[in-house]
Design a protein around this ligand. Structure first.
Ligand SMILES: NC(=O)c1ccc[n+]([C@@H]2O[C@H](COP(=O)([O-])OP(=O)(O)OC[C@H]3O[C@@H](n4cnc5c(N)ncnc54)[C@H](O)[C@@H]3O)[C@@H](O)[C@H]2O)c1
Length: 403
């Protein structure tokens, strides 16, 4: 189909009615009739944990010596499958709680344990560390790892409510010359990854508008180390939603206007949490680095089923779930990279295995990992500024840039 025909079909198919159908369909994942110019690229709007297609090709026969820290409530340290990757030897594990440490030692098939990250990083045998500790410790722990001359992968978010920590972490990564990657799970959702491929092949043009939601109702509060989750500001945990712009485009956010309203939930009354945070849902409207708009929501007190989802609308096409609608006739390969046969796709829509594999492969190939320090801070710091904006009743605030 030539460009003028496909453009005509596209323009025919994006009347208000069809966009309405797409918008609701993208969220609930039910089937709707296909319209011209539209391509259904996978299970419509439903995240799949299916194994990526294709045969994994090793890029090296080297084994990276990895340390893993943190086996908290989410049992995160062992859950990304480092221990199953042919190019990894897990040589040490650590958690402050001996029972958690012992459990991780079994799961990671690694007998060497340390009582803390601070002890583990002194081990010269270790080349890379996965920091799966509590969110408030990520910046300090990652800086410690980098200062000991090791690569580091961090659970989200990159920093906890502090712009100064963002600068400190950024400088530490630059000074170390080592790899830093944030394990943002949305980045390897089937749809978000496909959006990224289409974006970089020009199938969206610039993104006029993007939107993401992290909806996690916390009626039954998830426990956490020293209660860091209790009443925390929603937009301090912004990466799952912000990924639906930043991980698609490699861009960032320039300024934010964020609104909220006082929460009915007890934990979210300012006198009941360490953050003095009154908000349970924060909705940010941001100016993007392309000059477009993003609406990013993080909600703890919104009843519903929850989700870590997003949609993108560009000047040449849009995508909702795994449904592309636009002018581009020839889409690139959209599949997530193949995994070693021993590695499982894992949790969060099959994103765990691919994130770990990306970090390992970036070290082996000595290249930038997909979610590097710049992207990690673009996502995280935008949220910190959004919370500040919400506290000022939506005052527009500039977002610090990490170039
Ligand atoms: N989708 C996602 O990406 C996703 C989902 C869940 C959790 N997370 C992130 O994963 C991380 C872990 O979550 P969690 O709920 O298990 O956290 P948690 O608070 O329950 O546990 C943190 C663990 O880190 C350990 N720890 C802290 N300091 C340490 C140190 N100095 N040395 C060794 N161990 C130390 C603690 O002992 C504890 O077991 C968090 O940062 C969270 O934000 C991300």
């Amino acid at each position: 189909m030539d460009m003028s025909t496909s453009r005509r079909l596209f323009l025919q198919s994006v009347g208000l009615g069809s966009l309405g159908v797409l918008a609701t369909d993208g969220l609930v994942g039910t089937a709707a009739a296909q319209t011209p110019g539209e391509k259904i690229l996978g299970a419509q709007g439903v995240k799949t944990s299916a194994r990526p297609k294709g045969v994994w090709q090793p890029v090296s026969d080297r084994k990276i010596r990895v340390g893993i820290v943190g086996n908290g409530v989410c049992k995160f340290g062992p859950s990304f499958g480092f221990q199953d990757h042919p190019n990894v030897s897990v040589v040490a594990v650590s958690d402050l709680f001996p029972d958690r440490c012992a459990e991780m030692s079994v799961k990671c098939r690694c007998s060497k344990t340390y009582p803390s990250l601070e002890e583990l990083v002194k081990d010269d045998n270790i080349e890379a560390v996965f920091v799966a500790t509590d969110a408030p410790s990520h910046a300090r722990h990652c800086i410690d790892v980098l200062k000991h001359g090791k690569h580091v992968a961090s659970a989200v978010p990159a920093v906890w409510g502090s712009i100064e920590d963002g600068h400190r972490l950024y400088e530490a990564v630059k000074a170390s010359g080592k790899k830093y990657m944030m394990f943002e799970t949305s980045a390897f959702h089937e749809d978000c990854y496909a959006m990224r491929q289409i974006y970089h092949a020009g199938g969206f043009g610039k993104l006029l508008y993007s939107e993401g939601e992290y909806l996690h109702h916390s009626a039954s509060q998830i426990p956490s180390y020293k209660n860091w989750r209790l009443g925390c500001p929603p937009q301090w945990y912004p990466t799952h939603s912000n990924a639906y712009y930043v991980c698609v485009t490699n861009g960032g956010f320039l300024e934010t206007t964020c609104l909220s309203m006082p929460s009915l939930m007890k934990n979210l009354h300012p006198e009941n949490n360490a953050y003095r945070n009154p908000f349970g849902s924060e909705i940010a409207l941001m100016r993007t680095s392309e000059g477009g708009m993003s609406r990013m929501a993080v909600c703890w007190d919104l009843p519903g089923t929850g989700g870590e989802v997003g949609r993108v609308y560009g000047q040449r096409g849009c995508m909702i779930g795994m449904r592309y609608q636009g002018e581009e006739g020839h889409l690139p390969n959209l599949g997530r990279p193949p995994l070693p046969p021993t590695v499982q796709p894992g949790h969060h829509g099959g994103s765990a295995g691919p994130l770990m594999n990306e970090f390992v492969t970036a070290i082996l190939e000595d290249r930038r990992p997909m979610v590097d320090i710049r992207l990690a801070l673009n996502m995280t710091v935008a949220g910190i500024m959004s919370h500040r904006s919400a506290l000022k009743n939506g005052e527009t605030l500039k977002i610090p840039q990490f170039a």
